[in-house]
Design a binder for this molecule. Sequence first.
Ligand code: ATP
Length: 235
Amino acid sequence: MLRVESISVRYDLLEAVSSVSIDIKQGQIVSLIGANGAGKSTTLKSIIGILSLSRGKIFYDDVDLTHTKSHDRVAKGIVLCPEGRRLFPRMTVYENLLTGAHLNRGSRLIKKNLNDVYELFPRVADRRKQVAGSLSGGEQQMVAIGRALMSSPKVLMLDEPSLGLAPKIVKEIEQAVKKIVELKGISVLLVEQNANLALQMSDYGYVLEKGAIIKEGLAKDLSGDEEIKKIYLGI
Ligand code: ATP
């Protein structure tokens, strides 16, 4: 469905991502794990088109998107839920959710997506009239995922959804993401520093170190890999 072929991304002199290839099939959860500064966010930003590639190509359903503008990628269903949620704190939860729907034509689809978000996250429904800045970190993360869902994604990219959240909330978010994949048949590319969580949730995983993929495989195999256990799982 989404094929990232040997991409490299530079920030001036620094090559932050070097020859990274990622393949995501429909209905899969694929994780990209790695330490701080490994190049995970840079990879996601280049897939969405905020950063341009110095080398490589990006294909979606075999269509070359390498030179497609970011908003056209979103319109095709590639959607990023960014690190740090990036909500509008003075706008209500409802208004924040609607900002995710700006490319949707037709109020029927907007209403349906909104109902789906409220069903998935009842806490978000309860808080819909509240300003987003008054919500807890976990609730804000739910709104951020909800906003991404308002764009009718086919490939949902989540950048560090568990960051700074209590284990109970992380569990809720994990279950919601699995439910979205089951119900809507979409694919998820999950970026996490919490490798335990990522591998437990996903079908397939990639390990990024200093901008390069050093290992990939079925998530269950990666979880059992001695080197990964030692470095990333703290076992
Ligand atoms: P984190 O979990 O800390 O966000 P990450 O794996 O997502 O880490 P990136 O944010 O992609 O890593 O950063 C990869 C490398 O690129 C790092 O060395 C970082 O310092 C550098 N970098 C990131 N953004 C920029 C920028 N705007 N300008 C220059 N260098 C940058």
